[in-house]
Write a protein that binds this ligand. Structure first.
Ligand SMILES: NC(=O)c1ccc[n+]([C@@H]2O[C@H](COP(=O)([O-])OP(=O)(O)OC[C@H]3O[C@@H](n4cnc5c(N)ncnc54)[C@H](OP(=O)(O)O)[C@@H]3O)[C@@H](O)[C@H]2O)c1
Ligand SMILES: *[C@@H]1O[C@H](CO)[C@@H](O)[C@H](O)[C@H]1NC(C)=O
Ligand SMILES: *[C@@H]1O[C@H](CO)[C@@H](O)[C@H](O)[C@H]1NC(C)=O
Length: 303
C-alpha cells in the first residue's frame, strides 16, 4: 500500500509540475477581477494577510478587515512600497453589527468591488465531539455558518447589482472529506463548499463567480506552525498557487500536494479513508499538544 501511494504521488507530482510549466492561469484569472478595489476578511494574519499582500503587489486597492487593528496597520505599513490604497476597517464578524457595518462600509466606499475574499475563520483543539464545549462549537457554527452565510448573501447582492465580481470563500479540504476530532470545523466547511458551489451556478447568469478554496495544512498561527514544509504550505505559496491555477471548478485546492492527497483519499473506500484520517487527527492532536505546551512555556519565560 505504502509503495502504491508513493508511486501514485510521484506520478501526480510529475504531471502537475509539467502542467504548471506549460500553463499558468494567472493572467486570465486576474482579468476576471474587473475592478481595482478588493476586500479581504481575516486580514490580520495567515492566509488573509497573504491575500492582502498578493493583491497589493498586483496593483489592487485593498480594504482589509479583522478584529486586530494593530496587526492590520502593521501589514499595511509593510506594503507601503506597493503604492496602492490600503484601508483598514476593523470588524468582528461573529456579530450581526460586524457583518452589517462591513457591508455598509464596502457599499459606502463608492468603488465597484473586484473581489471579496471571505477568509475569517477559527479552529479548535482536536477533540471528540462528546467532549467539545458547547460555547466553543457554537462560536464556530456562528462564524463559519450563520454570519458567513449573511456575508455571502449581502456581498452577492452587491455583485449581482454590479454584474461582476469574484467571491472567494476560504473553506478547507476538511470540508471535502469528513474529519473526526475536527468534526464541527469539517462540517461547517462542508456547508460552505456546498453553498458556494450552488450559488456559483446561479450567478453564472449575471457574470459573478464564486470559488471555495480548500487547502489542507497551511503554516499559520491557526496550526501553530511558522515554517512551511512539504505538507504545510506557506500562506504566500497557497495564495500564489490559487491565482496561478485554474478557476474552472468552483471548489479548488490550490497547493498540489493537498490536491493529490485529496484525490488519494477520495479514491479510498469510505471505511479506509475514515480510519486513515482519524489516525491522522490523533497524531495531530499529540503534535498540537506538544506545540501548545512549548509555546506556553516560552510565554511564561518571557513574562
Ligand atoms: N491554516 C490552515 O491549515 C488552514 C487550512 C484550511 C483552511 N484554513 C482556513 O483559512 C482561513 C484563515 O486561517 P489562517 O490559517 O490564516 O488562520 P489565522 O492566522 O488564525 O487567521 C484567521 C483570521 O480570521 C480572523 N478572524 C477570526 N475570528 C474573527 C472574527 N470574529 N471577526 C473577524 N475576523 C476574525 C482573524 O483576525 P482577528 O483575530 O484579528 O479577528 C485572522 O485574521 C480560515 O477560514 C481557516 O479555517 C486554514
Ligand atoms: C444560527 O442561526 C440560526 C437560525 O437563525 C439560529 O437558530 C441559531 O441559534 C444560530 N446559531 C448560532 C450558533 O448562532
Ligand atoms: C471539482 O470539485 C469537486 C469537489 O471538490 C470534485 O468532486 C470534482 O471532481 C472537481 N472537478 C474537476 C473537474 O476537477
Amino acid at each position: 500500500m505504502q509503495n502504491k501511494v508513493i508511486a501514485i504521488s510521484v506520478t501526480i507530482t510529475i504531471l502537475m509540475v509539467l502542467r504548471k510549466i506549460f500553463k499558468s492561469h494567472e493572467k486570465m484569472n486576474l482579468k476576471l477581477i474587473e475592478h481595482k478595489t478588493v476586500v479581504v476578511t481575516g486580514a490580520s494574519s495567515g492566509i488573509g494577510a497573504s491575500y492582502v499582500k498578493y493583491f497589493a503587489e498586483h496593483g489592487f486597492d485593498v480594504i482589509m478587515t479583522a478584529r486586530r487593528q494593530k496587526n492590520m496597520e502593521e501589514i499595511k505599513e509593510s506594503l507601503k512600497h506597493c503604492n496602492v490604497k490600503i484601508t483598514v476597517f476593523p470588524s468582528d464578524l461573529q456579530t450581526d453589527e460586524g457583518v452589517n457595518s462591513l457591508v455598509k462600509f464596502v457599499r459606502d466606499y463608492n468603488q465597484p468591488i473586484g473581489a471579496f475574499v471571505s477568509n475569517a475563520g477559527i479552529a479548535y483543539f482536536p477533540v471528540d465531539f462528546t467532549d467539545s464545549p458547547r460555547e466553543e462549537y457554537t462560536k464556530i457554527i456562528n462564524l463559519h455558518v450563520n454570519k458567513t452565510t449573511d456575508l455571502i448573501q449581502k456581498i452577492g447582492q452587491l455583485f449581482k447589482e454590479q454584474k461582476s465580481g469574484v467571491f472567494v470563500q476560504v473553506a478547507s479540504g476538511l470540508g471535502i472529506v469528513n474529519y473526526p476530532m475536527l468534526q464541527i470545523y469539517s462540517a461547517t466547511k462542508a456547508y460552505l463548499v456546498s453553498l458556494i458551489r450552488s450559488v456559483n451556478q446561479e450567478a453564472k447568469a449575471y457574470g459573478v463567480k464564486y470559488i471555495a478554496v480548500c487547502p489542507l495544512w497551511v503554516a499559520t498561527p491557526m496550526t501553530y506552525t511558522s515554517k512551511s514544509n512539504f505538507f504545510f504550505a506557506s500562506s504566500d505559496r497557497l495564495v500564489k498557487d490559487f491565482f496561478c491555477g485554474s478557476w474552472a471548478n468552483s471548489s479548488i485546492s490550490p497547493y498540489w500536494v493537498h490536491r493529490a492527497l485529496l484525490k488519494i483519499w477520495l479514491s479510498m473506500s469510505e471505511k479506509r479513508r475514515m480510519e486513515h484520517v482519524h489516525g491522522q487527527a490523533k497524531e495531530a492532536q499529540k503534535r498540537l499538544a506538544r506545540k501548545k505546551a512549548s509555546l506556553e512555556a516560552e510565554a511564561r519565560k518571557q513574562q
